[in-house]
Design a protein around this ligand. Structure first.
Ligand SMILES: Nc1ncnc2c1ncn2[C@@H]1O[C@H](COP(=O)(O)OP(=O)(O)OP(=O)(O)O)[C@@H](O)[C@H]1O
Length: 303
């Protein structure tokens, strides 16, 4: 098991009278992609700013790669890259000039790196245009190129796919996965779009009201919260009771039935029983994707 790269323990932060973070505790292991998830205003961006040493916690301790961001922000910023929501670009400079500016700031001397990143993010044809004229997707991709200039070992991504079209989302997600796989980059990713990050993250941290309400892999959270299997089946089967083959069932569409089983072992016998009477076009478990888990975890917090 990898050692913790980020350790957050008992961290609280207040702005005026508003308690934004309240006793936050979590760890991120080296080389992992971790999703930080929570509703608007739950404190995700504030947490990233604390990890970068941009603001200071009121209580608790933080370690990032062995450094305390409150007093050692510089070494952390040297080995980390950050993509914020606004991407922080100079609109009156071209894409290339922006990268040149930040390359100088980060002490990146290798000019090839700039062109390599422009190419990687499909920006070569646009590098001489002013960044202010870029589309949202292009700005986001330029922001990523900037964050990666100095080959950081840690990457903070705040809503990396906001405002991107489906193609842009795919490009960014593919790059995140590849970067992690080939360079072992540790990535902390904030997002609302759960189905997009489900595939790329190794672990998830669910936040609410400035607290961590759950942390784990999809499988760990699933085994803790999912006590039954909900199977949606597209079939021509006609039912006239609320059970079929001993399994609870209800109709949810013209040719769609929803079955509730105690566990996955019952799926094959159920499908066999259906197939003896009718056709089946699709069968999907609907209650274990990240979105379903997220609502389940949040729901249990409110009970
Ligand atoms: N510098 C600040 N001064 C005062 N209040 C702040 C400051 N920064 C953040 N807040 C407040 O802290 C709360 C959490 O904000 P934060 O941006 O961390 O949430 P978030 O989870 O990232 O939200 P979103 O998903 O909308 O980006 C909000 O109510 C916000 O108004």
């Amino acid at each position: 098991m990898n050692s913790p790269y980020i350790e957050v323990s008992g961290v609280s932060k207040r702005f005026g009278t508003q308690q934004v973070l309240d006793d936050m505790n979590f760890t991120v292991r080296r080389g992992e992609i971790v999703g930080l998830l929570g509703p608007n205003g739950s404190g995700k961006t504030t947490m990233i700013r604390l990890l970068n040493g941009v603001i200071l916690p009121d209580a608790g301790s933080i370690s990032v790669g062995g450094h305390n961001p409150a007093v050692e922000g510089d070494p952390i910023r040297r080995k980390s890259g950050i993509l914020t929501e606004g991407a922080g670009m100079y609109h009156e400079l071209t894409g290339l000039q922006n990268l040149e500016f930040f390359a100088k700031l980060y002490g990146v001397r290798d000019q090839k790196r700039l062109y390599e990143l422009l190419e990687q993010f499909d920006l070569t044809a646009h590098m001489h245009k002013l960044a202010g004229t870029y589309s949202t997707g292009m700005k986001k991709r330029l922001g990523l190129a900037k964050a990666l200039l100095h080959r950081p070992e840690l990457l903070f991504l705040d809503e990396p796919t906001n405002g991107l079209d489906p193609e842009g989302i795919q490009l960014v997600m593919k790059y995140i996965r590849e970067l992690n796989r080939t360079e072992g980059t540790t990535i902390l990713l904030c997002s609302h779009v759960l189905h997009q990050i489900q595939e790329v993250c190794h672990e998830f941290i669910f936040m609410e009201y400035g607290k961590v309400i759950e942390q784990g892999t999809n499988r760990e959270i699933e085994s803790k919260y999912v006590t039954e299997t909900v199977l949606r089946v597209e079939t021509g089967l006609q039912i006239n009771a609320d059970r079929f083959a001993g399994v609870s069932v209800r109709r949810v569409g013209d040719e769609v039935l929803e079955f509730r089983l105690p566990n996955k072992d019952g799926i094959s016998p159920l499908l066999q029983a259906i197939l003896q009477k009718s056709w089946v076009h699709e069968a999907v478990i609907t209650n274990r994707d990240l979105e379903a888990l997220y609502f389940k975890v949040r729901g249990e917090q409110h009970e």
